[in-house]
Ligand binder design. Structure first.
Ligand code: K7E
Ligand code: CUA
Length: 617
């Protein structure tokens, strides 16, 4: 339940008191505050805007990618407090993820993943608060259910597609999440020397169908692409619904030192994909089956893909809220280009092409662009606010530029510390952005925190975008690595805190201590266990060395916050069972002797008594 922001006056008074205390400039204050002098009132305003009083709740959730940690971090805005970590592609002992049978199976052989772009599910182009998707470089895509903030499915590694970076962007009604390869390689996969890169290696774009009821993901189709590096994407919406846009670099098809060899041309491309045409072609039986997947070749499916020339080495491509403008930048440029979807369609009809790449027509740049906006150096990614405002991150300038769609006027710049990559505005990539807040996802934290040694955190900076000038409100330090984030209104997400007993359909669930115990079938031993304050029942069990043991634990609590753990010493077993949940863990009793198990999650005054023994004979 979301509590209203009450006690507003109390908050203001508390903050005013804080500011008054700060203005006394005692020597123990941080140097930045002492030096700020006249800026004191700005600090007080910033403190007030980000202060969420004890017991009050934040207005937004921010889901931030954890990069090569493989996780997702959940923050509250405007406080920027880290609320939770959702483990996705790597084991996480804090929640027992990757230790119990189901999550271990879901992770498979890979115990790491490089997670980049979270994407909230959408209905009619607006976040609907149901699911969160995130991609990973080892060709995988995960779905988190926002009903319980748990990872429910990991799809992949999918065949043919190598280095799934340009992902997981969802379409306006969550029909698809997308994947595209950063690394080209021979398709089908086979050992071919890199000297044949330009002709024998291929890029892949893939559509992953999302079941509208269950959210279940399945690989629907792939498209064979020239061997460029596909980087980022965004789905068309409203006017451009049905299209998908991907940036690409290395259109030189070069190998070796790419920083030199892949910067020869002045322009790279944005690939515009008509995903409904892909659906139709697949339905009509087109495409070749490669490694079990139906792969479409654009040469044989005219109208499937077009290439839009764009400044070289583009990163983001972002579709404006009305769907008619598509913003893409070369990241070495001083301008960002705004393409016009209607002009793109006209150019396609008129065959206004300047050439082709592996049978894919290249549209004429001058015919499809509306404007080149002088935002500043190193434009990477654009998000949107209310009233046609656009915000572009500038990596080289280490700043955010604010500009207006239609007039193309750049009105403000806010410095970021330091070197911003992506940025996320409140619901800023939907059909109806909120304005209010913007977060710069910076690559370096640049000494703005207590030193923690060589492994430095990164920073995310909260910016107020309610007024004409952007205002920096807060520095938050984050674990690696906030590539991209999405910010959703808190009241759209309605998590449960207890799994209702009636919903638990686990075949090994038991709800009465009387049913707890050990059954043996040959060398297979099943231990049905109940966890409830403050006993793990049975409190001991015996097995023989070499037995295959399954411990199935049901936490029969129906009370919020009453989690129990099961840590089995010397066996590398650590699971956590939420209220109402059943989890299993299976292992071979290789070592003989006596091994203690205990509840790892503090649960009551007698938590320390919640323990038992496994005797292996
Ligand atoms: Cu680091 Cu989107 Cu993968 Cu940009 S990405 S900064
Ligand atoms: Cu159960 Cu601690």
């Amino acid at each position: 339940m979301i509590r209203p922001r009450r006690l507003v006056w109390a908050r203001v008074l508390t903050v005013a008191a804080l500011a008054a205390a700060a203005s006394q400039c005692t020597p123990s204050q941080p140097a930045s505050r002492r030096a700020a002098g006249g800026a004191q009132s700005d600090l007080a305003i910033a403190a007030q805007k980000t202060y969420v009083a004890p017991g009050d709740l934040d207005e937004y959730y921010m889901f931030s990618s954890g990069g090569h940690s493989g996780q997702i971090y959940v923050y509250g805005l405007p406080s920027m407090r880290h609320l939770s970590t959702i483990p996705v592609f790597a084991p996480y002992p804090a929640t027992g993820y990757g230790f119990d049978d189901d999550s271990k199976k879901m992770l498979g052989e890979l115990t790491w993943g490089d997670a980049h772009h979270p994407a909230l599910s959408e209905t009619k182009g607006d976040y609907d608060g149901r699911w969160l998707f995130i991609n990973e470089m080892n060709g995988r895509l995960a779905r988190i259910d926002l009903r319980d903030f748990k990872t429910k499915q990991i799809l992949g590694p999918v065949p043919n597609l190598h280095g799934n970076h340009a992902s997981s962007f969802v379409t306006p009604n969550s029909e698809y999440a997308m994947m595209a390869s950063r690394f080209s390689r021979p398709v089908p996969q086979r050992p071919v020397g890199v000297d044949k890169y330009a002709t024998e290696y291929k890029g892949i774009i893939a559509g992953v169908k999302i079941d509208p009821t269950s959210g279940d993901m399945s690989l629907a189709w792939q498209i064979l692409m020239p061997p460029f590096d596909y980087d980022l994407g965004d789905a068309g919406k409203l006017a451009s619904d049905g299209w998908m846009f991907f940036t690409s670099y290395n259109t030189e098809r070069a190998t070796g030192k790419l920083e030199v060899t892949a910067s020869q041309r002045d322009r790279d491309y944005i690939a515009a994909v008509d995903w409904r045409a892909a659906e139709k072609a697949i339905a009509a039986g087109q495409g070749d089956v490669i490694d079990g997947v139906r792969v479409l070749d654009p040469k044989k499916v005219p109208g499937l893909v077009y290439l839009m020339p764009c400044g070289k080495s583009p990163h983001g491509v972002d579709v404006a809220p009305d769907g008619n403008w598509i913003v893409g930048s070369g990241k070495l440029q001083g301008v960002t280009t705004v393409f016009n979807f209607e002009k793109i369609q006209t150019a396609i009809r008129n065959k206004d092409f300047t050439g082709e790449e592996d049978g894919i027509p290249v549209l004429k740049y001058e015919s499809i662009k509306d404007a080149e906006v002088p935002v500043g150096l190193g434009p990477l990614h654009t998000q949107f606010g209310t009233d046609g405002w656009a915000y572009t991150s500038l990596f080289v300038d280490s700043a955010i530029a604010k500009w207006k769609l239609g007039t193309w006027e750049v009105v403000d710049k806010a410095p970021m510390s330091y070197s911003i990559g992506h940025l996320a505005a409140a619901e800023g990539d939907t059909v109806s952005p909120d304005g209010n807040y913007l977060v710069g996802l910076n690559k370096l934290s640049h000494g703005r925190h207590l030193s923690v040694g060589p492994s430095q955190p990164e920073s995310s900076q909260l910016v107020d975008i309610t007024e004409e000038k952007m205002k920096l409100l807060y520095d938050a330090f984050t674990e690696p690595e906030p590539h991209y984030a999405q910010i959703i209104k808190a009241d759209k997400v309605k998590p449960i805190e207890v799994y209702p007993q009636a919903e638990n359909k686990h075949p090994m669930a038991i709800w009465d201590i009387k049913d707890a115990g050990v059954t043996r079938n040959g060398k297979n031993v099943l231990v049905k266990m109940v966890a409830v304050r403050s006993t793990l029942t049975p409190t001991d069990f015996e097995v023989n060395a070499g037995d295959q043991v399954t411990v199935a634990i049901t936490n029969i609590e129906q009370t919020t916050d009453e989690l129990h753990g099961f840590g089995l010493l010397d066996y590398n077993i650590n699971i956590v069972i939420d209220p109402g949940e059943t989890k299993t863990v299976t292992f071979t009793a290789k070592k003989s002797g006596v091994f203690a198990y205990y509840c790892t999650n503090f649960c009551s005054a007698l938590h320390q008594e919640m323990q038992g023994y496994m005797v292996v004979k």
